[in-house]
Design a protein around this ligand. Sequence first.
Ligand SMILES: C[S@@+](CC[C@H](N)C(=O)[O-])C[C@H]1O[C@@H](n2cnc3c(N)ncnc32)[C@H](O)[C@@H]1O
Length: 383
Amino acid sequence: MSKPLELVATCALGLEDLLARELLELGVANPAPLRGAVGFRGDWVDVWRGNWRLRTANRLLVSLDSWPAENGDALAAGAARLIARRERAWGGLACASLFQPHRTLALRSTSSASRVRDVRWINQKVKDGLVDAQREIYGRRSSVDRSSPDLALRVWLRKDQATLLLDTSGEPLDRRGYRIRTTEAPVRENIAAACVMAAGWDGRGPVVDPMCGSGTLLAEAANWALGRAPGALRKAWGFQRLPNYSHPRFRDVMNEAIPAPGPDVELYGVDRSPTAVEASRMNLARARLDDRATLARADAFDYAPPASPGLLLVNPPYGERLEGGREQWRRLGDLLKQRYRGWRAVVLAGDEHRGKHVGLRPSLRLPVRNGPLDARILLFEIY
Ligand SMILES: C[S@@+](CC[C@H](N)C(=O)[O-])C[C@H]1O[C@@H](n2cnc3c(N)ncnc32)[C@H](O)[C@@H]1O
């Protein structure tokens, strides 16, 4: 049996524990939360399953090799040594097959606490090492294709130690394929999924978003409740361009049953902006959720939710530093207390100070990096 693959699923900072929990649910043993990522061991089927099913991940990477690299020459030499070991294999995928010179490649690098800091220089030196060694061994070299490479490679340089990783996702995993219309400040799909997973919701009862924007929180709640894979509408992943890809075996992964705790889920979305309501309508239709969704143009503070309690998800546009910010949060808190008694409410609050003035004590406060912004996922159980 071949050695397991060293895998890394990346995520927004703050979502590591939720992602580790997802991996456990997929049957992965001992996922190890890192910073903005979770490390684990597995095989290629785990790679395909992760890309198909992980809701909170950004990408799934396979670690190929690691070597000390204090300068550009060491970066290139380590990459060249890797190509020279043609028989080396990752879960049965041989180096000679992965790095065939007719396959295009692209590199992206990051550097921290290392002597080489210029990421373009890291890209350049590692690429030189790879392609010079290819030329020597095969008489030909891979060309670089930055927009659609066969091999999307990453170099992480940490404390003068280079790690070369293969990106198996291609487009990041938050691109689910249902967002065909966008509005101001839509939440990323994997952060919306994290809001649903952080809620500890059992999948029962209605789901309401009274400021629904483009409908992302509703879509993620429904897909989780219905056991629909986040990859179901995607057309392609990076792993499909690798030489060991087998469509029938991936089809088996796609056909695996996913727990569906809320088969009767109903969605209710309102927004005061007609463009937002239209965007939600189009996106939820694309997500094949239109038969479960009731959408209307309304003010959140006038809207009367369904009588039986369920899950409220909301990402208000308020900023504490903006004028009236505190007052807006207080109003939202009053709304929750008056209209949503018995509900679970998840509020995605914009930056680290926001949400303090809701007037309810959150049972969970999860800091998360939402793109360039600090945010908080706040859970209120309203009794
Ligand atoms: C940050 S966006 C929500 C984004 C949404 N989660 C998404 O993924 O697209 C905030 C939304 O709240 C809506 N909004 C603000 N105040 C509102 C109110 N009082 N009633 C209803 N909608 C409101 C805005 O029109 C905007 O669409």
